[in-house]
Design a protein around this ligand. Structure first.
Ligand code: GMT
Length: 378
């Protein structure tokens, strides 16, 4: 098929999922056209079936707010026409599904261009705090030819927030288990931490919802019992406060801030435990990527995380802000080798059994075929 994908190309889970989906689809023989304002992160494949079309937004002085939504719609329509696209798949409702709807209408009646909207979470929670997006988001969800959400939790929330009664298909996020895999050798001898120290890792965009400072507090607590080093991967508004807190708690030598990294599959296998103390996660992609690498997550019991992590089996779920409980779980795992091996193996097994690309990508392919067939008959 010829598929147009739109996402936010920034350092966020929705962009990562959209990018990885496009790459996997291209590996399976589809032609994938990314339409966005910048090259999506992690899109560094040499696959000739992956194309990127930039949306240029005019900065004419009259426009205090450049109309990105319209420029995107226009580019979507242009790409659909030139490359004979079968459908558009947009990740994140605001404003991508409205742009897709406009592109669809611009093509009609000569070309049938259905579009699918995948909800990732913040597109729904944002509406919770900014009601000005409520009506337009509800409208764009209803106008989509299919809607998917990345967890049961998010599906439920969408129904509650928007009163949506139509079909929302839950297709969970996925991980390439061949690319993301454990490496006991690397874990034993990582160059990223002093020899003999255990390694904790956190991966996010350092937004307040991630509670990144809790990671620093957890490390400080863990170090009272076990020699450990923390890798903080990513960047965002709370990086500065984290650095200050590390200095304040006297653990700055034991924390490495690695900034934004594209190849997290090379970093994760070097860690023993993944920390995800978020206030909310609709899915928790970082936890899944860690699990595929055999790195047990210690996360919060919020949002979609309980659909991914089974407490005590393949990771741990604790209350938000309960630093002592998160630290105690880390100490437990890091000091009991047989417990560690069991939980680590179970984490990897969960990723393989339930969330591997070879299980999830065919579900998107089936949906694409179904939507195209249904839309052709309209
Ligand atoms: O969490 C973020 O800051 C980024 C955000 C996004 O929309 O890019 O992530 C959301 O989508 C990810 C991929 O589906 C999920 O793994 C995250 O849990 C979700 N974030 C939240 O719900 C807060």
């Amino acid at each position: 098929m010829k598929i147009g994908i739109t996402c936010y190309p920034t350092y966020g889970g929705s962009g990562i999922v959209a990018t990885e989906l496009g790459i996997e689809l291209a590996n399976r023989g589809h032609d994938v056209h990314f339409v966005s304002y910048a090259n999506p992160i992690r899109l560094d494949t040499g696959n000739p079936r992956v194309h990127y079309h930039e949306v240029e937004v005019s900065t004419y002085p009259l426009f205090q707010y450049p109309p990105y939504c319209l420029a995107l719609a226009s580019r979507m329509a242009e790409v659909a026409e030139r490359y004979d696209l079968d459908l558009l798949h947009v990740h994140y409702a605001i404003p991508h599904s409205i742009s897709a709807l406009l592109a669809q209408q611009m093509q009609a009646p000569s070309r049938k261009l259905p579009f699918i909207t995948t909800l990732h979470g913040t597109d729904i929670t944002l509406v919770g705090t900014d009601r000005s997006y409520l009506r337009i988001t509800r409208f764009s969800i209803a106008a989509s030819n299919a809607v998917t959400s990345i967890s049961e939790y998010l599906c439920q929330r969408t129904r509650e927030v928007f009163g949506v009664t139509g079909d929302i298909r839950v297709i969970p996020n996925f991980v390439n288990c061949d690319l993301y895999h454990p490496s006991p050798e690397l874990r034993e001898h990582t160059p990223l931490a002093p020899p003999g120290e255990k390694v904790l890792i956190h991966l996010s965009n350092f937004r307040p919802v991630k509670r990144t400072q809790d990671c620093i507090r957890i490390l400080a607590e863990v170090r009272r019992h076990v020699a450990a080093h923390l890798l903080m991967v990513g960047d965002g508004p709370d990086r500065g406060p984290c650095e200050q807190l590390a200095a304040g708690l006297g653990v700055e030598r034991h924390v490495s801030f690695l900034g934004k990294q594209n190849h997290v599959e090379r970093l994760l296998p070097q860690a023993d435990v993944l920390l995800l103390p978020s206030e909310l996660e609709s899915f928790g992609l970082a936890a899944l990527e860690g699990m595929a690498c055999g790195v047990p997550p210690i996360a919060t019991r919020v949002g979609g995380l309980p659909e991914l992590v089974t407490h005590g089996e393949d990771g741990y779920l604790e209350s938000v802000a309960d630093v002592a409980a998160h630290a105690a779980r880390a100490v437990e795992l890091l000091t009991d080798a047989s417990l560690y091996e069991r939980v680590s193996a179970a984490a990897r097994a969960t990723a393989r059994r339930r969330f591997c690309t070879n299980l999830i990508i065919p579900r998107y392919e089936a949906l694409y075929a179904e939507v195209c067939e249904r839309y052709a008959g309209l």
